[in-house]
Design a binder for this molecule. Structure first.
Ligand SMILES: Cc1cc2nc3c(=O)[nH]c(=O)nc-3n(C[C@H](O)[C@H](O)[C@H](O)COP(=O)(O)OP(=O)(O)OC[C@H]3O[C@@H](n4cnc5c(N)ncnc54)[C@H](O)[C@@H]3O)c2cc1C
Length: 383
């Protein structure tokens, strides 16, 4: 498998990878199947990951973070993906790569010191609540509203398909604050704390994959949010969210790389020992070529991701690279992992096998965080 660590990573990234891999092997792997069954990640996982410094990668040191750059996000994603538990990767990444960075990027010093330390320490769990029943891809048509009333905003609306809706205490959300605003104009971002009159959570959704990652709906019914919880510039929330997309795409695509690499590893173990025609499956040239072509595709995808992360770490605009990545890497993963299941034969389709779980967990990556067609639109806009 192509290893880019020495070309792209600094000592701090490599050390971080080593610590995270060790932690996942010793503390996650033994328990994660139970979380899949339970349909939720228990709070002690966030607390332990926070204690080990894994949740505040992009957070400045003064708020308890590790101050790692975009390549740190890639290492984090790859190792979460390599765990083979897409649900674990989704929930942790939702907290650390999607929701928390909004406060880091756009929060005031007061908001940062009020929220970040506990969240980076894993004492409070975060969710990212944007999608509504009326649509998710088209973010210019959200219906939630917030109206100013004294020192509060009164929030009304419904958010759906929200990862960590049950387990999280704090959410980033978005609502229209300018009733005359049209399209992308007139939205604002809020950090909302669960509980209190007018805030309710729906029943837990049952998903095909990402089973350990809980999901539900949030309902805001004249829910009062302190004015001090508006994040960034009033009326420019859409653009505030857009600023986080490059990081979100790097995180999701790196998880795909980790999941594909793990799938190849277990498939190699299988085909090299599976008896067939007096030898093993590995002795069939078509099987060897199939795996070699997957490894070549994974390597090409990985190079694009590392290139984008290295460029972003140097302060460049990587909208083109991250859109191309998000348009293609989850699609590659669906093909590669499906082929790995095929090479396992019937055993790869049985519940309880690792490859079967990874296969189920591949699907959401091309649904959420920007569908493939939406990403191709983004690429086309920049041509
Ligand atoms: C497992 C999972 C976890 C999620 N977690 C969260 C979360 O934590 N927070 C959150 O806010 N949301 C979350 N979502 C929701 C996710 O962001 C949305 O599903 C996504 O934005 C797509 O929106 P939609 O489902 O409403 O599909 P729609 O917007 O209705 O789109 C349906 C399909 O139409 C096609 N399409 C859409 N736009 C275009 C276009 N411009 N050109 C061509 N084709 C197009 C695509 O194939 C798309 O898949 C999650 C979704 C899943 C599956």
């Amino acid at each position: 498998m192509l290893n880019l660590d020495s070309e792209y990573l600094a000592e701090e990234h490599r050390l971080f990878r080593e610590q995270l891999r060790k932690y996942i092997a010793s503390e996650i792997a033994p328990e994660a199947s139970a979380w899949e069954e339970a349909g939720i990640i228990p709070p002690h996982v966030y607390e332990r990951m926070g204690e080990l410094g894994f949740l505040g990668l992009g957070v400045p040191a003064e708020y308890g973070g590790a101050e790692l750059d975009a390549l740190g996000t890639v290492v984090f994603g790859e190792e979460l993906g390599r765990s083979g538990f897409g649900g674990l990767a989704a929930s942790i990444s939702d907290h650390a790569d999607m929701a928390l960075p909004v406060i880091v990027r756009s929060g005031t010093p007061e908001q940062k010191s009020r929220f970040i330390p506990d969240i980076a320490a894993g004492k409070r769990v975060m969710g990212f609540a944007v999608t509504e029943p009326g649509g998710g891809s088209d973010l210019t048509n959200l219906k939630s509203t917030a109206v100013r009333d004294g020192d509060d905003w009164i929030l009304n609306g419904q958010k759906t398909f929200i990862t960590n809706a049950i387990s999280a205490d704090v959410f980033i959300t978005i609502a229209r604050t300018d009733p005359n605003g049209k399209g992308a104009k007139g939205y604002s971002i809020f950090v909302v704390e669960k509980g209190g009159k007018g805030f309710s959570v729906g029943a837990k959704f049952e998903k095909t994959g990402w089973c350990s990652s809980d999901m539900s709906e949030l309902f805001f019914d004249d829910f009062r949010v302190p004015a001090a919880n508006l994040i960034g510039e009033e009326g420019r929330g859409f653009y505030g969210l857009m600023r986080g997309l490059e990081r979100e795409r790097l995180a999701l695509c790196s998880q795909c790389i980790g999941m594909m690499e793990r799938s190849i590893e277990i498939t190699l173990e299988h085909v090299k020992t599976r008896p067939a025609y007096g030898k093993t499956l590995w002795d069939l040239q078509s099987i060897r070529h199939e795996i070699a072509s997957h490894v070549s595709e994974i390597s090409a995808a990985k190079l694009l991701i590392y290139h984008a992360a290295a460029k972003k770490s140097r302060g460049f605009d990587v909208r083109m690279e991250t859109s191309m990545m998000k348009a293609t890497v989850p699609q590659t993963m669906k093909r590669v992992v499906d082929s790995c299941v095929q090479m396992h034969g019937a055993s790869g389709y049985m519940r309880g096998t690792e490859i079967e779980r990874i296969w189920r967990d591949t699907r959401p990556f091309s649904l959420g965080g920007g569908a493939a067609s939406v990403m191709l639109d983004e690429v086309a806009k920049l041509l």
